[in-house]
Design a protein around this ligand. Structure first.
Ligand code: ZN
Length: 532
């Protein structure tokens, strides 16, 4: 049995989650569920970055104590997880003692290896990104009456002013790992998806890696964060401790079995992140791991893009922030998951709008899978008394399984699995939809209602068996994306629900697994059409 460890980036909990968070959670969840289905021993880790300076500022603004504020916000993230039906196995909060202990041990190990030193430093800090910016990172500042105001701007946070900071900090010797990092990325031991991000990282490395500050004064951090071991005037730079969550969540520093199993002795580790934080994950993090001597054999990084709303960047000042809960309340959990995974290319940018949402909903869910399921089950009720029809032929010779029709189950299924391996989730859904279309075309060609009129019972049984088996196949194929719907379909079909931790994948996906005589359950509409 293979092992699989998948993580999300831990979000800052300075504000309520937005639709971009929902996207990342759903992507990781679909991947995690798929791996459980195929039988991998899977660990899916999520968490909250509670140590950020951003959180402190947000708490101040809200007039609340930082501890209260972050635990309240973290709870809102946990609530969203529940609403989205996210199947994470663990959730790590970085303000917990376990995380502090792990982060301190990690610091100590880097220090032992001679990778930490102290120096005074002056730089421009973006609180939005929680990082120092180099001149070359910045875009032009605001121009007022022909004069440039302040310094350049952070391209991600053009509206917030950069802070000029001068203090004595601890530094991590990133420069020492430049060659190793380049080698690991080029060889694919650090695998970055998509390729364009990999090239971006390589050209960043080529520009020369500078050591980076990994601490800040307690005053600047407002007393919040993980203390630097042996120096109570400093706390850790938030990214330094945040990255370590991927292993403290597994019990790093406590000789935990999980850490050994899913980190030290695991070849399948995947970090799912947004494209904006690729540098931290593809450069800082592997260098830190090399310093401590626990760089895994393979490290995969999947970077998704950003979501715009009605074509515009999401921002509070534009007032276009959409609460994912609002979408879920209106359309349901699975419809929300479906849109995010189907309409947004997994590694590209995408757009959200309510009209587009409803268009996709009606086309793929109401008219697509929903209609197909109710259509086929209704025919089985009408012509075969609500049972899976008896057949004379070998099910594996059914045309819906394979040739001659090109988009039959076999091909769609292979393409869907391939897409999952390449993390092209939207493509996987494309192939599933293609199969649904083929099944509908098959119904229109074979016209079971005409066969019924002509009294061709045997032929009709054959046609319907293929249709019912197609639906059974569809149920596991859609499971990683819309698990609740998948099990509703299985219930209506009269087959056992999927328990992803105990799914006999290679037997379940064999064509022809549906037993004749199976009693079909009660038919209920899966996705009622949205009428305008
Ligand atoms: Zn920024």
């Amino acid at each position: 049995m293979s092992k699989f460890y998948i993580t999300n980036a831990i979000p800052y909990v300075n504000a309520k989650p937005h639709i971009g968070h929902a996207l990342e959670f759903c992507q990781s969840d679909a991947i995690a569920r798929y791996h459980r289905l195929i039988g991998d021993d899977t660990m899916f880790m999520m968490g909250a970055d509670e140590n950020s300076l951003k959180n402190v500022q947000a708490a101040e603004k809200a007039g609340e104590k930082t501890t209260d504020f972050v635990s309240k916000l973290t709870q809102i993230f946990l609530d969203l997880n529940k609403e989205l039906n996210i199947s994470n196995d663990e959730f790590i909060k970085t303000s917990t003692l376990e995380h502090f202990k792990g982060a301190e041990k990690f610091w100590g190990d880097c220090d032992k290896n001679g990778d930490i030193y102290k120096k005074s430093y002056q730089g421009l800090y973006c609180v939005g990104c929680e990082e120092f910016k180099r001149e070359s990172d910045l875009i032009l500042g605001e121009i007022r009456e022909g004069e440039k105001v302040g310094y350049g701007c952070c391209p991600e946070h053009p509206n917030s002013e950069l802070q000029l900071i001068e203090e004595e900090n601890y530094f991590f010797k990133l420069s020492r790992y430049q060659k190793d990092l380049e080698k690991l990325i080029k060889s694919g031991r650090i695998k970055i998806v998509p390729e364009s991000r990999k090239n971006e990282v390589l050209s960043f490395i080529k520009m020369g890696l500078e050591d980076f500050s990994i601490s800040r004064s307690v005053e600047r951090a407002k007393g919040w964060g993980v203390p630097v071991p042996g120096d109570d005037s400093q706390v850790m730079y938030v990214w330094f401790d945040a990255l370590v969550n991927y292993i403290t969540g597994l019990g790093y520093g406590e000789d935990s079995e999980f850490f050994k199993k899913f980190w030290l002795e695991n070849k399948n580790i995947l970090h799912v992140i947004g494209k904006g934080i690729i540098k931290f994950h593809a450069i800082y993090w592997p260098a830190m791991l090399m310093s401590v001597g626990i760089m895994p054999e393979n490290l995969e990084i999947l970077a998704h893009g950003y979501i715009t709303v009605n074509g515009q960047k999401i921002s509070k000042s534009l007032g276009n922030v959409i609460d994912p809960i609002e979408i879920i309340n209106k359309y349901g959990t699975d419809a929300t998951r479906y849109y995010l995974l189907r309409a947004i290319p997994t590694t590209g940018d995408g757009d959200f709008s309510f009209p587009h949402f409803e268009e996709i909903y009606n086309a793929d869910l109401a008219n697509g899978i929903g209609n197909l399921v109710s259509r086929v089950l209704a025919m089985s009720n009408k012509y075969f008394g609500g049972k899976v029809s008896k057949i004379q032929n070998d099910p594996s010779s059914h045309p819906l399984k394979g040739a001659p029709s090109l988009n039959a189950w076999k091909e769609s299924c292979d393409e869907m699995k391939k897409s999952f391996e390449l993390y092209k989730l939207n493509d996987a859904l494309f192939f599933i939809n293609q199969f649904i279309q083929s099944v509908n075309i098959y119904i229109d060609n074979r016209k079971p209602w005409v066969l019924a009129k002509e009294g061709k019972v045997e032929e009709m049984a054959w046609v319907l068996y293929g249709l019912l088996e197609s639906i059974r196949q569809l149920s596991w194929m859609i499971y990683p994306f819309i698990p609740e719907t998948a099990n509703k379909i299985r219930e209506q079909l009269g087959v056992e629900k999927i328990d992803e931790n105990n799914f006999d994948f290679y037997n379940e996906i064999k064509w022809g697994g549906l037993k004749t005589g199976t009693k079909i359950g009660k038919i209920e509409a899966l996705f009622p059409r949205i009428e305008n």
